[in-house]
Each structure stands twice: as C-alpha cells, then as structure tokens.
Ligand binder design. Structure first.
Ligand code: KIV
Ligand code: ZN
Length: 513
C-alpha cells in the first residue's frame, strides 16, 4: 500500500517573503482558493505576528478556505503563538507551526542563547500551541547545519511536549541529496518517539538541490514536504511543488511506495496565477511550468515526437492542465455562458464586478477575433483583485517615432481630481512612467519589466509585469491592454497603488524567519 506524502504549500508564507513577491489580501485569497483547487493538504497562509496585513490575510483565509488545513507560522514566544491562534481559530482545521533555530551558528550569533534555553523555548512553545490545537508543527530552523545529537534531543522533547509534525528545514540550502536523505534516516533511527509525529522536510534551493533533497528525504521516510508554486521563496527559493509532485507521479516505478493527492491538472493554472499576482516571471526553461518545458525545437526531436510521443515526452502537457489556449467564447456569447466559464476558472465575482467584466469581454471581443481562457483570466483577475485604487489611469497619449523624443501625456484620477502631466524619456514607457511619477509624487525605480502576449495572434492582450523599488521596498504590479504602452502604464500604476495601500497599513515590523 502506498503511503501519502502530505503536500504543505508555503507559497503564501515563505514564498511571499521573497523580494518582489508580496501580495495584498485579495491576491492572497485568490491564490489560496486556487491552492485549494489544486488540492494541497496544508496551506501555510502567513506569519500572523509579522504585520497587520499578514494577520488579516491568515484570518480571511482561515474563514473562507475549506478543505486544506490552514497553518500559521509563529516563533516560540507567547505573543507569536497567541497571535497565530487569533488569526487561525476560524478555520475548519488549523495548525500552529512554531520554530526556533538550533544550529550553533544561529543559536550563538542570532539568538544569543544557550542550547538549554533554546530547548526550553521550543518545549514551552509547543505546549502553549497545544492548548489551542492538537495539530502542532515544530521546526528546528537550520536543521541542515545542526549537530545531530542536539537535533535529535530537541525533536524527542518537542514530541513529548505534543508536536505532531516535525519539520526538518535545510534553511540555507546547504545539504546534498544523499547527506540530507541520510539525516532523515538518522533521525528516524535515533529519536525513540519519532513514530508519534509526521516527519516533514523544508528545503531551500541555494545550491539548486531543494527538489532533489526533498525526494531523497521521501525515500528515507519523510511523509510531508514543504514547497512553493514555481519554487518561489527566500533567496534562490524553496523546493518547487510542481517538480516534486510530477517527479513522484512520472517515476511511479521508483516512488511506488508513496503518492500525493494533488490534482496535477491544476498545476499550470496555479503557476500562471502566481506569476500574474506577483509579477515574478518563470524562466522559460523551468521544469514543468516553463514556456519551453514541452516545446520540441530540434528537428530530430520534432521528428521523433511526431512518430511517437514517448520518444522525447516523459509526461504530457495535459497532465498539468496545459493544453489550454482553447477557444472558449466568442463575440456572440451571452452573459450566462460568460459567468459559467468564469466560475469554472475559479473566479468569484460580485454582481457589479461581473457586469464590468462582461462589458470588458464584449469590448475585447470587438477588437479581437478569438477569446481564450487566458483572456478571461486577465479580465476577471483584474476585477476580482481590484482593491480600492488610489490612482486610476484616465488617459494616455504617446508621441514617438524615429528622430522624435518620446513624450507621454498622462491623465490620472485621484478621487474627484484629475491631474494631467507630460514626461519625456528614452522610450514611450519611460516617458509614461516619468509623467506618472510627477503626478503621484511617489517615484519608483523600475527593477524588472516584462511584457508578454497572453494568447496567440497579433491582436492578443499584452500583459505587463513590473517590479518597482520604492525606497527599498520592492513592489510588483501588473496591467493589461491590447495596447502594450497602456498595459505598461497600468502595471506601474498598480505598483504605485499597492505602495499607497501598504503605507496606509501599520506594519508591526518584527524579525522574520
Ligand atoms: O527555512 C526555514 O527554516 C523556514 C522555517 C521557518 C521552517 O522557513
Ligand atoms: Zn524557509
């Protein structure tokens, strides 16, 4: 009988912590709904004490999302644990995930504590969390560099205190697959009460080995993996969910002792949604979800695939839900069909949003012959995410061409006021951004910029994704239009609106994991 590997998704916590990946509450809700459709077992929704925004997001996810267990992160302090519970208590099923570093480097330099104090803090935290729930996870941070004797002692004691999941993080992505696999085997051999808890792993990708390490851990008895969509996360990221899941599925011959419950057909959509929400583009050749992952370019490969797919294809694009680009609706489609399709795609729009979305759909259908799922996702995504926007683009005019200094004229609404400014730049996008900066008085430095066609065809919607640096704060933004300069201006303004909103929320700044 094959055992289940619990998929613990930390996209909204560890993933969201990475620069440029921050999401507002509506965006997190949308991601959480999609993670539930993907059928992950646990959603780590955030770190409730880190900021008011994090707290509210965890609380809303706990209130709405049914199915997966909702987890919240907490250090070992009473305040952290209580705050996590405050946010999580509404969930159908919830987990408090508490952690403290155990490696000598962290204990000595970061925590400035003794090992005895760390052990005591860990035990007390688990006991406190157990007063709130019987689902408590403990992580000895930097376990990958912790002395084995101390690691085993901590694990044994926290299990006695009531921890039901023990998570082994390779926090700095330092270990090598056979070393990490061996660590898991040693823990299983040396901790006498280890069978009373689920053994989990959490691997970072600094050496590009996070997925390999996670698979080695499964081979040695780990039955939960912590991972993120597209592998986003601190520094080089976390282990990528889609890679782990598809490795287990594709190599059933080697992994016949385990399975996951992930609906793999939802993988591609989840990956795309995350890119849309954060602006973090997936590299073209990324395994499973990269643009080229199923593209056969070399003639010899194409020839092979045409004769027999198995020659170069170890899994099908359909198995991750990638056959899309389906023509779904046309100019004559009615409101009913439109609403149905949006619901199938997982969007929950209010009546008012639906009216606006339908109007935009009709406008688009007038400009563009064929409407695909991706077009609908852009329209609905924009509306279902629309937070109260401080600034909205009313008008954009561009003068440009060979030998002309590109100049943009922009009109922006803020409340009842409409302000107009012009700007020049090396290109039309820069000119538009300069004009926007002058109007808002919130200058940003463009760190990343990309534009892509959402679907095929010259008339496709262009989707611009930007990451902007506002005084050291990296904020992503997105915008779409059949006019790419307008899409670019909207994306920039979207980032400005997020920074306005963020600055409005009181940050309870604290030291993160
Ligand atoms: O990388 C890490 O150690 C973590 C822990 C909080 C699990 O993210
Ligand atoms: Zn981590």
């Amino acid at each position: 009988m094959s055992e289940k590997v619990i998929i613990f998704d930390t996209t909204l916590r560890d993933g969201e912590q990475s620069p440029g990946a921050s999401m507002n509450i509506e965006e997190k809700m949308q991601m959480a709904r999609q993670l539930a459709r993907l059928n992950v077992d646990v959603i780590e929704a955030g770190f409730p004490i880190a900021s008011e925004g994090d707290f509210l997001a965890v609380k809303e996810i706990a209130q709405e999302i049914k199915g997966p267990i909702i987890a919240g992160l907490a250090r070992t302090t009473k305040q952290d644990i209580d705050r996590a519970w405050e946010a999580l208590k509404y969930a159908e099923r919830f987990r408090i995930h508490t952690f403290i570093a155990t490696s000598d480097i962290h204990v000595k330099y970061k925590l400035r504590k003794t090992r005895e104090e760390v052990l005591e803090d860990a035990i007390n935290a688990v006991k406190r969390a157990r007063n709130y729930t019987d689902d408590v996870e403990f992580s000895p941070e930097d376990a990958g560099r912790t002395k084995l004797d101390f690691l085993c002692k901590v694990i044994e004691e926290v299990i006695k205190a009531g921890a039901t999941t023990i998570n082994i993080p390779d926090t700095v992505g330092y270990t090598i697959p056979w070393e990490f696999g061996d660590l898991i085997a040693q823990i299983r051999n040396r901790v006498p009460n280890i069978d009373k808890a689920v053994l989990s792993v959490h691997c970072h990708n600094d050496l590009g080995l996070a997925v390999a390490n996670s698979l080695a851990a499964i081979k040695n008895g780990a039955r939960q993996v912590e991972c993120t969509i597209n592998g986003i996360g601190e520094r080089a990221g976390n282990a990528s969910l889609e890679e782990i899941v598809m490795a287990i599925k594709t190599r059933k011959d080697l992994f016949n002792f385990v399975h996951t419950d992930i609906k793999t057909e939802e993988i591609y959509r989840t990956s795309r949604l995350l890119t849309q929400l954060t602006g973090l583009i997936v590299q073209r050749n990324k395994a499973i979800v990269g643009e080229n992952a199923f593209a056969h370019e070399a003639g010899i490969h194409q020839d092979g695939v045409l004769k027999e797919k198995l020659t170069y294809e170890i899994m099908t694009p359909e198995s991750i839900g990638r056959s899309s680009n389906e023509l779904v609706l046309g100019k004559h489609s009615g409101r009913h069909a439109f609403r149905n399709r949006l619901e199938e795609l997982g969007y929950k729009l209010s009546e008012e949003q639906l009216n606006e979305a339908f109007k935009r759909f009709k406008d688009l259908a007038d400009k563009k012959k064929e409407i695909y799922d991706e077009d609908l996702q852009v329209i609905a995504g924009e509306l279902s995410l629309s937070m109260p926007e401080a600034y909205t683009l009313e008008y954009l005019g561009i003068i440009g061409g060979t030998g002309i200094v590109p100049t943009a004229t922009v009109k922006i609404r803020r409340g009842d006021q409409v302000v107009q400014q012009s700007g020049c730049g090396d290109g039309p996008v820069e000119a538009a951004y300069r004009a926007i900066d002058t109007i808002t008085g919130i200058p940003g430095r463009l760190k990343e910029y990309s534009i892509r066609a959402v679907t095929k065809g010259k008339d496709a919607i262009g989707e611009a994704l930007v990451v902007v640096d506002f005084d050291g704060q990296l904020i992503s933004g997105k915008g779409s239009s059949t006019d790419v300069i307008e899409a670019s201006a909207k994306a920039y303004l979207n980032a400005v609106n997020k920074v306005v909103m963020k600055r409005g929320l009181k940050e309870v700044k604290d030291e993160g994991p």
